[in-house]
Write a protein that binds this ligand. Structure first.
Ligand code: ADP
Ligand code: ZN
Ligand code: ZN
Length: 738
């Protein structure tokens, strides 16, 4: 027992030392209240105890211990330490995202935890055998399903969770009223018996994939499941998840976006009942706190579905982590620290728990795929769709040729127009994809070349027609569209290029009979708005859905047989080493939205570069060939997975100090890393909200010690941070940057 405690506070420094006063007993992982500065009282987490008084100043004492048990287990604390170390941030910054905000002291330093109320679940019971027997005698023949339920309850010794049957509430109520059963409640019990679960029957191919996952888990901790869209990866996950829950282990099921959790949670709650909990950053702080403390108090056996922040819950005995759509870029937190990748962090968390992880995708990331080639992960494939429906046919349509032949109207080639007409005629649905929202991405004066730009950011303004404004998508600045060019005052500025709003206009002109919906950042402003649009389209209340990449994610519409990609080129031409990989993934995912039942779907991709090799790979749906080519390029030009990249972003309102600081940092880094340093360079958008930006990147070969490289980098960054001349420069390290 030490006299001093190093305490993690939600601040930029790693820990702060406090004295452990008389009468206070703490242990690592405990939440404590401490005073910081003259007034503020913070919740801190005890990292370690020791007997070394701090070198300087008077040491304050811990005010109170906040809870009767540690908030963090030693293992959980190790996970935080790994995150802070790997992603080059402070433990305090990890704490800020990891703990729900209500876990904090208030006046008087009492803890704010509510007492733990055990979770309840609904059950069906048989308590009066006589009245049940009477009911059976009278009704068994007429109502075989209800009679079967009674048998099921009896087999479960008279009590069955409500979720074990799919009879509707009305039927159960009627049975209760006639005395056959009783409706009740009990303390929630985690799943104990596989036979109580009604899991979907796996197809032969799915069953083989599941067996292969099992076998590979014998000698691998991580399996990559490469399964085409519609192959039923979710069904395989549910079987695996059930096995772990039955053993009383915790399961974490990660999805890249919160919007995807609602449908999934409903689907899984129908299978697993009350043990399914959704956790993500859009829940209220009270709800998040409640989930956290419930898990702290309850036994293991929790099934958490969540976005990346769900990795921070207090798992006691994690058995399995499922990472769905593992390739998705939204797993990476880009702002603020810790800039972690939820997929990689989840796999690390699983490793700490000696648990298994299963990463699934129809379009695996090159990083994960390379890990299967090196043997670090095992690879399991499921290349047929459930129910045998065929993968869609991909048609590449040449925009320039169509224009030359006068076969282009608005943003549509004739091929696509004809196919949409056919589709509408057959009463089938269409999805149109354009990767930009708004009416047009920029406005230009054709007379003098003036373009509308944001006064605060170095980007062009996007035209939005519905309220006749031009908006900055970086800072939100908005201004009316000028009637006359503000520069030459001669001509009227023109809309250049097109976004989803303009596509909507064109659709109204070309297909006036069609009902349309638009799904993008401007219409899906909340989870509720998103759900409204999706479910309306699912109910076939519209014929055409126009959207940005939001439409590519995990949606399943029975009547969609045609997908139109209006401009494939702007995906390919993004200035980013991942552009081709992202384009391939996005196009495959979008294609996967069509023809999912009994009809083969079609995908028309309009492009000015029909001979681009990516389209060839796409048509052949040959992932291995595509990945081999991509990996060869990555190796040749030193990109991940052959190197690790750390982006060092420098930001300041003062251009001069920014230039000086970045030049100094790059020079000192070159002394230590040589040619592995790139920059300083201006990023594509070098000014946002009037703050100037410069970037340096560091490429470290995977064969070198990455830990050592981070230590050296941290030293050099610290040197610049401590230099008084650069006080107004912010430096951010982004490890495994996207
Ligand atoms: P993926 O995630 O691989 O794209 P899903 O898991 O969403 O595929 O499955 C696609 C569709 O097929 C879903 O509607 C799902 O309900 C259905 N499906 C897949 N496997 C089965 C199964 N074994 N039994 C019943 N339905 C299944
Ligand atoms: Zn702006
Ligand atoms: Zn002009």
């Amino acid at each position: 027992m030490g006299r001093y405690a190093d305490i993690i506070l939600p601040l930029a420094q790693s820990t702060y030392t406090y004295a452990v006063g008389e009468g206070i007993e703490v242990e690592p992982g405990d939440a404590v209240a401490v005073q910081f500065g003259t007034k503020a009282v913070y919740t801190g987490i005890v990292r370690q105890l020791h007997d070394n008084p701090p070198a300087r100043g008077r040491t304050k004492s811990i005010l109170a211990r906040l809870y009767d048990k540690p908030l963090l287990s030693p293992l959980h604390l190790r996970f935080w330490e790994w995150l802070a170390d790997y992603y080059m941030c402070s433990l305090g910054e990890v704490m800020r995202v990891a703990l729900p905000s209500l876990i904090k002291p208030h006046a008087g330093c009492e803890s704010e935890f509510e007492p733990y109320i055990p979770r309840r679940e609904r059950v069906l019971r048989i308590t009066n055998a006589e009245s049940t027997a009477l009911w059976l005698a009278a009704n068994a023949r007429r109502a075989p399903k209800r009679a079967a339920l009674i048998e099921q309850i009896m087999a479960a010794r008279g009590e069955l969770p409500r979720t074990a049957t799919d009879l509707p509430a009305s039927a159960l109520k009627a049975m209760a009223e006639s005395g056959a059963i009783e409706l009740g409640e009990r303390d929630f019990r985690p799943v104990r018996d596989l036979s109580q679960l009604r899991l979907p029957q796996l197809s032969e191919a799915q069953h083989a994939a599941l067996e292969s996952i099992h076998r590979n888990f014998d000698d691998h901790d991580t399996v990559l499941l490469h399964g085409v869209t519609g192959s039923g990866k979710t069904e395989i996950y549910t079987h695996l998840i059930a096995e772990h829950l039955v053993r009383g282990e915790d399961v974490l099921y990660l999805v890249p976006e919160i919007s995807l959790t609602t449908q999934l949670v409903e689907r899984l709650q129908a299978l697993f009942g009350e043990c399914v909990t959704a956790y993500h950053s859009k829940l209220t702080p009270a709800r998040r706190t409640r989930i956290f403390t419930d898990m702290l108090n309850a036994p293991s056996g929790n099934f958490i579905i969540g976005a990346r922040s769900a990795i921070f819950l207090p798992y006691k005995k994690l058995g399995l982590v499922v990472i769905d759509e593992e390739h998705d870029p939204s797993y990476k937190q880009s702002e603020p620290n810790p800039r972690y990748n939820g997929r990689d962090a989840a796999i690390m968390l699983a490793a700490l728990h000696k648990a298994k992880s299963l990463a699934g995708s129809a379009t695996p990331s090159l990083e994960s795929y390379a890990n299967t080639l090196s043997g670090k992960y095992a690879l399991v494939r499921l290349m047929e769709r459930y129910g045998g429906s065929e993968l869609p046919r991909i048609i590449i349509s040449d925009t320039l040729r169509a224009a030359k032949r006068n076969e282009r109207r608005e943003q549509f080639n004739k091929v696509l127009i004809d196919k949409i007409d056919d589709c509408l005629e057959r009463n089938e649905q269409v999805i149109l994809f354009q990767n930009r929202r708004g009416y047009s991405p920029y406005i230009e004066c054709t007379e003098c070349g003036w373009t509308a730009r944001c006064p605060h950011c170095n980007v062009s303004l996007t035209q939005h027609r519905h309220n006749n404004t031009m908006r900055c998508h970086y800072c939100g600045y908005s201004t009316p569209i000028p009637r006359l060019c503000p520069s030459c005052k001669v001509a009227e500025p023109q809309s250049m290029g097109f976004g989803t709003e303009r596509v909507e206009d064109a659709v109204a002109k070309l297909f006036p009979q069609a009902r349309t919906l638009r799904l993008d950042g401007d219409t899906a402003t909340s989870g509720a708005a998103y759900n409204r649009i999706i479910s309306a389209f699912a109910r076939h209340e519209a014929d055409i859905l126009i959207g940005t990449q939001i439409v590519s994610k995990g949606l399943d519409f029975a009547d969609v047989t045609l997908i139109g990609v209006l401009n494939g080129d702007n995906l390919l031409n993004a200035p980013d080493f991942r552009a081709s990989e992202r384009a391939w993934q996005l196009l495959q995912q979008i294609a996967g939205r069509s023809g999912r039942r009994d009809r083969q779907g079609e995908v028309v991709i309009q492009t000015a570069e029909p001979t681009h090799p990516l389209y060839g790979h796409l048509c052949e749906a040959d992932y291995d060939a595509f990945a081999a080519q991509m990996l060869a390029e990555r190796q040749m030009f030193s990109y991940p997975p052959y190197v690790r990249i750390i982006n060092i972003a420098l930001r300041s309102y003062h251009v001069e100090s920014l230039v000086e600081a970045s030049t100094a940092l790059a020079a000192s880094l070159r002394k230590r890393f040589g040619g592995r340093v790139i920059g300083p360079a201006s990023p594509l958008i070098d000014r946002v909200r009037n703050e100037h930006r410069v970037e340096i990147s560091l490429k470290i070969e995977t064969s070198a010690s990455f830990a050592r490289a981070r230590v050296i980098l941290a030293e050099e960054v610290q040197r610049i941070r401590l230099n008084k001349c650069f006080g107004n420069v912010t430096i951010i390290c982004d490890v495994d940057a996207w």
